[in-house]
Design a protein around this ligand. Sequence first.
Ligand SMILES: *Cc1c(COP(=O)(O)O)cnc(C)c1O
Length: 235
Amino acid sequence: MPERIRAVRARVAAAAASAGRNADSVTLLAVSKGQPAPLIRAAAAAGLRDIGESYLGEALGKMEVLADLPLTWHFIGRLQANKTRQVAERFAWVHGLDRLKIAERLSAQRPYHAPALHVCIQVNLAGESTKGGVPPRDAPALAAAVAALPRLTLRGLMCIPPEETDRQRQREWFASLRGLEEALNADGLALDTLSMGMSGDFESAIEEGATLVRIGTALFGPRPEGPSPGTIPPP
Ligand SMILES: *Cc1c(COP(=O)(O)O)cnc(C)c1O
């Protein structure tokens, strides 16, 4: 386990160096969905602090068992309206925001004593119906509305692009998310986060400016059977 973490850290550092970036500018988010709490404890002992979970019930159970650790919890799954309260109460970050209604609920339900909830808007770059996210053309309006909510801090954009093995094609998806973020900032927002890159493509994402990579399999090994990343479960 620590061996896998070392290897991923080395790959993050190498990708950052090849892009002329400091490795410290990339947050390694350990995606632990489907993995047991003791593996998260081992990851924390190796210095990982940011933990990503996709399923609320599973995450709440792990939070309870790991309450003694100084972890920052990120919700990276699909968020339904009836689950927003617990997410607003228990998580520090939400990636994958793609509806104003959900954002409004999170803002209203964020406890007054907690800092504002950090959020990223998910963009569906390829218009894939199996994945969440707003079409790129709808991102500016949603970003402006979310940025105005009092208890949320809009930090940036997130994507799960189509799976590509070709590095150049991987980079093109990530470059388009970066371009969208730059356009929003030119319009007056102050976004500082690009949540992009997973086990299969994080080096390309870092080369295109990712500030946070969400990595599961490369850190923890294969997950026990489950839906693939970002897939919307059938109704
Ligand atoms: C599962 C998941 C990841 C991690 O995927 P790996 O391929 O295991 O690294 C990243 N982001 C999201 C949104 C996920 O659901």
